[in-house]
Design a binder for this molecule. Structure first.
Ligand code: PLP
Length: 474
């Protein structure tokens, strides 16, 4: 009888240095056996691509159950910020687990909640409060996931403003609960046969100059999108004084790793301020050091969202989500919002340790700095590759949130979706784990501990795979 316990063994330094190393056909025999069992009992709504059956990980390397090793350039969809099995995070989890696992933070107190909230507060932009004082006063609500944080942010926006209408953007992804799904507008499949969705949600244009230019350059496109918003949302759908919130990803994630112009984000902030609405920045994917700063929003001078949502990398892999709001905005009264598990003490401990690593405290390497340096190395390598491989149409991103858009023809920018899917799949068989995003892009979102040597191997395998697949797909 199996106890369901993994063999307790860590990857050796030699295994990590030698990665990737493929020793069996993929999937190997042990992986195949687990996949067959999984197929019988796990929800068919999951979208598994290539057959990775994970056994253990170390940093940016994962090993499957048959002993094959891979370079992980997706980090469990931008989650494992500090990499797999980071000693500081693991020690924090073990220490807290040895004290207590749960004591519902919405009913009782424990130190992890204010400690983590204080740490998050210190990462947030300074803003001018309604009394005209510059401050960093924020309050935090802890939940368990990104979608839950988004749903809570929608509730908070409606509660605070007393208004109902919320605008998000085409191609955005905010999660799978009904509120988050209503904001999401990336793939119609997400909404197949599950409507009706939440009323009072509308969608606007997100600037994407490469594929959807609305002027000569990306600044023109950004300005045109702001005009589109005013003309179509306020002019045709509802009056500006009925807007509760705009919800925006500061870098669009699932939609294609699209980086908007700063002036567009500042323009949205201006519209919210002018009309008494709140601006919600969804930093679930772009936050926690991924872009080289704790928040992608912090790259934009003068940008201070009223509400921010975080999850994914927040606790390096344990489930937690956060709504971080300006103190006067989080003015809901007891009972309006709560959750049993939110801000679980073990997840809080992991999140505090994660922030220690991102900020380089107590002798830890500063992972934000590493994300900046390794992101620059990855981008430079991809740009050099673009000279050799014209199917690389666009390269974009910040830090270690890097997207590559594949096209059949760099002039017409014809979207190469089949090629993209084939490259993602084939890279795995060469030992590199990547994921798609948007219609025809590939995302690189490795753990922030990734090394120079691992970035270089990532580039080599990516180019080899891309070249092979172009030869097969044209
Ligand atoms: C920007 C963004 N918001 C929200 C979510 C939803 O997060 P979760 O899957 O934890 O519910 C995601 C997930 O990919 C995301 O990328």
């Amino acid at each position: 009888m199996t106890l369901g316990l993994a063999e307790n063994r860590q990857l050796s330094e030699a295994d990590v240095l030698a990665a990737p190393k493929i020793m069996t056909p993929l999937p190997g025999p042990k992986a195949k056996a687990i996949m067959d069992r999984d197929d019988k009992v796990i929800s068919p709504s999951y979208t598994r691509g290539y057959p990775l059956v994970m056994a253990r990980g170390q940093g940016a390397v994962v090993q499957d159950v048959d002993g094959n090793t891979f370079i992980d350039a997706c980090a469990g969809i931008a989650v494992c910020a500090t990499g797999h099995n980071h000693p500081r995070v693991t020690a924090a989890i073990q220490a807290q687990a040895g004290q207590f696992l749960h004591m519902s933070g919405t009913d009782f107190y424990y130190d992890g909640l204010p400690t983590l909230a204080e740490r998050l507060q210190s990462t947030m932009p300074v803003y001018t409060n309604p009394q005209g004082v510059d401050c960093q006063d924020y309050k935090v609500f802890f939940g368990n996931s990104g979608a839950e944080a988004i749903d809570g942010a929608m509730k908070l926006a409606r509660y605070h403003t007393g208004r109902q209408n919320i605008v998000s953007f085409y191609r955005s992804f905010h999660g799978r609960t009904y509120g988050a799904m209503s904001l999401t507008a990336s793939k119609a499949t997400h909404k197949k046969r599950v409507g009706p969705l939440l009323p009072g949600v509308f969608h606007a244009q997100y600037p994407f100059h490469y594929q959807e230019p609305m002027g000569k350059n990306s600044c023109d496109t950004a300005q045109a999108c702001l005009q589109w918003f005013e003309q179509n949302i306020f002019g045709r759908l509802f009056p500006a004084d009925e807007l509760a919130a705009i919800v925006v990803e500061p870098i669009q994630g699932e939609g294609g790793y699209i980086v908007p112009e700063d002036c567009w984000l500042l323009g949205l902030q201006y519209l919210c301020k002018k009309h008494g609405a709140v601006l919600v920045a969804d930093e679930v994917q772009s936050g926690m050091g991924r872009t080289g700063k704790i928040w992608a929003s912090s790259h934009v001078a003068g940008f201070a969202p009223d509400i921010m949502t975080s999850a994914k990398g927040l606790a390096s892999g344990l489930p937690i989500g956060a709504i971080i709001a300006k103190a006067h905005v989080m003015n809901w009264v007891p009972g309006v919002h709560a959750t049993t598990f939110g801000g679980n003490p073990v997840a809080c401990a992991a999140a505090i340790a994660t922030l220690d690593c991102l900020e380089g405290r107590d002798g830890e390497a500063n992972l934000c700095d590493n994300a900046t340096a390794m992101g620059a190395r990855l981008m430079a390598g991809l740009r050099a590759m673009q000279q050799r491989v014209p199917h690389i149409g666009d390269i974009r991103g910040r830090g270690l949130m890097v997207g590559v858009e594949l096209v059949l023809d760099p002039i017409a920018k014809t979207k190469a979706k089949a090629l993209r899917d084939a490259v993602v799949d084939a890279a795995f068989y060469h030992g590199l784990m990547i994921l798609g995003c948007g219609e025809n892009s590939i995302r690189f979102s490795p753990p922030l501990v990734i090394t120079e040597a691992q970035i270089d191997k990532t580039l080599t395998i990516f180019e080899q795979t891309l070249t092979e697949q172009i030869a097969q797909h044209g």
